[in-house]
Design a protein around this ligand. Sequence first.
Ligand code: SF4
Ligand code: SF4
Length: 103
Amino acid sequence: MAQAIDRRAWLRQALPRAAHALRSGLSQAPAPRLVFEHEHCMPYRGPECGACAGLCPPGLDGLWLVAGKPRIDADACTGCGACVEACPVSPPALRLSRREAAR
Ligand code: SF4
Ligand code: SF4
């Protein structure tokens, strides 16, 4: 019984520390990089699309259309993934790629 109580006490101390470490690690993780593969993108093959445009978070301009084709500003993109989710083709023309953390 005493062992069970000790275990609970240990968990009460350890869990908040683990949660804090996880939050810190996540906040330091670099944003994923948006990758565009034009060979899969519909407007590059004929049909109009544009489903990925206008989905950036307010105030950001990471992806817009030029003559119906996506243009990406990698510096403005936060990697939120909204445009990736909207892309209807398979294999996808947009995907997120994990960036390596700076050392
Ligand atoms: S991933 Fe988000 S921020 Fe980046 S271009 Fe797409 S919608 Fe915009
Ligand atoms: S949603 Fe996908 S297929 Fe459509 S324009 Fe954007 S990248 Fe191309």
